[in-house]
Write a protein that binds this ligand. Structure first.
Ligand code: GLN
Length: 304
């Protein structure tokens, strides 16, 4: 039996108070005020035992982590034909790169960079009657938690300053890879990014990716094959131009967000979420990465 609580405690004591914490994202003004000294970690093992340290019950903006959840919804709605509109190759570029420009075909490199997630958002706006309401309901069902919600101030803040996402969406539109109105798709995208969760809710929500598609309540949301695909995308594309580094240091599929959250998992073993708002130069939580590196070193558990 692995002493997860003991290991989380060690991670928290050694990493949680480090001085070098990176920088909080300010390009979304509403995120700029978050206290950089926060640090939380929460782990759910395959038997659904839960372990926590630090500010694991405090909510934060999950930002790009939501891209995995919108992808999950889109894949369950339209299946494999999704891949005709978005590719599955790592980009090696920052999350907000307009990499469509280079390919000249309007197909984003993968669904976890912004351009790809905007195509996925377009699919949801097409397929759902009221995308914002139904997507939120979907997340609440996976997490078994009706308290999960959007942060409307964060969504509004990003809408006012998300010029690059408007550029990406317009570019997609010019290639006919956006079916709906740009403003409508981005309104959905900014709301999905503004979803707030704490580390415990995040680990519980992502439990399904370590549990062969069955959520924490044992309800099936994805097939084993779909989970394989999404975990592969998290491993190769979940950290943008730092995906190689994350695989090298941590060795788990995972996803980061500019709110400072990271979620990662080892199939059939555990799901873990960290939160530390300071980001490194690549836009990933600095202490979150260090904590997960220590976790996989101390437990001896990684996909490798
Ligand atoms: N909403 C953010 C954006 O589109 C998400 C980026 C992120 O978390 N990496 O810029």
């Amino acid at each position: 039996m692995i002493d997860f609580q003991g290991i989380l405690h060690k991670v928290y004591s050694e990493i949680g108070n480090r001085q070098e914490r990176g920088k909080v994202a300010t390009y979304i003004p509403e995120l700029g005020d978050i206290d950089i000294n926060k640090f939380g970690i929460h782990l759910v093992d395959s038997a659904k035992n839960e372990y926590s340290e630090g500010h694991s019950q405090e909510k934060f903006s999950i930002q790009s982590i939501s891209k995995v959840l919108s992808l999950t919804r889109a894949l369950s709605l339209v299946g494999e034909k999704l891949w005709s509109r978005v590719d599955v190759e790592p980009s090696g570029d920052p999350f907000n790169h307009l990499s469509l420009l280079e390919q000249e075909n309007g197909i984003p490199r993968n669904p976890l960079i912004n351009a790809g997630a905007i195509v996925v958002a377009d699919v949801l706006v097409s397929e759902l009657k009221n995308a914002k309401v139904e997507f939120l309901d979907f997340i609440r069902r996976i997490a078994n938690d009706p308290s999960i919600d959007y942060n409307l101030a964060v969504a509004k803040s990003e809408k006012n300053t998300g010029f690059r996402n408007f550029a990406a969406a317009n570019l997609l539109k010019s290639y006919s890879n956006l079916k709906n109105n740009v403003d409508e798709v981005l309104d959905f995208y900014f709301h999905q990014c503004s979803l707030e969760m704490n580390c415990a809710q995040l680990a519980e929500t992502f439990f399904l990716f370590s549990n062969r598609g069955h959520c924490i309540q044992d309800q099936k949301f994805l097939s084993v094959n779909q989970v394989k695909r999404i975990n592969a995308l998290m491993l190769t594309c979940g950290f943008y131009d730092e995906a190689g580094e994350f695989a090298f240091e941590v060795g788990l599929p995972g996803k980061s967000g500019v709110g400072g959250g990271i979620v990662a998992l080892l199939p059939n073993k555990f799901t873990v979420a960290t939160w530390s708002p300071g980001l490194n130069k690549k836009g990933n939580s600095k202490l979150g990465m260090e904590a997960l590196e220590m976790l996989t070193t101390e437990t001896g558990l990684s996909i490798f």
